[in-house]
Design a protein around this ligand. Sequence first.
Ligand SMILES: [Cu+2]
Length: 344
Amino acid sequence: MISLLSVMIGLSILVFFPTFSNAQSESKTFVTHSGAIVQTTGEIIDPLYTVSTVEFDPMEYLRDFNYGRASQLADGTTLREYTMIAEDDKIMEVSPGVFYNVWTYNGTVPGPTIRATEGDLLRIKFINNGSKEHTIHFHGIHPAGMDGVFEPVGGNGGQFVYEFIAGPVGVHPYHCHVMPLEEHIVHGLYGVFIVDPKEERPPADEMVMVLNGLDTDFDTENNFYAANTIPFYYQHHPIQINTDELVRIYVVNMVEFDPINNFHLHGNLYKYYPTGTDLVPSFYTDMITLSQTERGIMEFEYTFPGQYLFHAHKVEFSEKGWVGIFLVNDNKDENVQDSDYGTQ
Ligand SMILES: [Cu+2]
């Protein structure tokens, strides 16, 4: 199995599998913020210990969609109201012993996944409880005054209400747009904005993956990479899906400093809808390359049960955390859900 994976993704696996198992020659000791004492071999810190200390749950975030408080206006339009609170003083242990000053919308990186249907009226009450000016800049179509660029919102309780019609259909990022922009984004002020078509997409096991990087030593290079913030999380906590069931991933690349990122799926190919704006896929592939804030929708089904990697084929990124596993359960056998799948 190991040798097969090695052939498929090259040196990354050769390097980091042995690292997890036995390369403890230069291990260091860290005390985590929960008081646990952990050993690590260095910059790529063993993520097995992150589980009990993270304040952000990537498994919960994965399938969590915020539709706001919905109500109906007199003309039949659906109004969706959201509250978004920015803070910039939180510390998160992104990997054992690595503490990072995250800037958050509603307390997490990424912020909540805002979801609506095309044509809905969105009203987003933004409260800035940070110490710096922040905004929310939504990608999509809206009036100039709602763009979150020229209306900086002061810290310590400053407020602004963004109001616009949801559109176009697709998957879009939102992020703070206060200068220096790189700093405000890389600290974590971003999230995903999904606009569904009025005629819904087919039912699917839907999930969101934000590809992000963490510059934990402030040298304008990323020390860690991830899908949904915590390096290696979905490798040690595989995402359970079912055979013959459509999976739909809304993927957004928010990595700063590096010009490209990518997404490779093992043992399968996916239909890909760039930006999600078209209901007809543009590609059928196992590999997409994304520049910053580039995004799209992936759809696939697995025929064969088992474990399949997904990861950046930019090997440096997968070595530093952007790697995960789909654990595909056999949909035809109800008992399989409780089966032992091995070491994961
Ligand atoms: Cu900001």
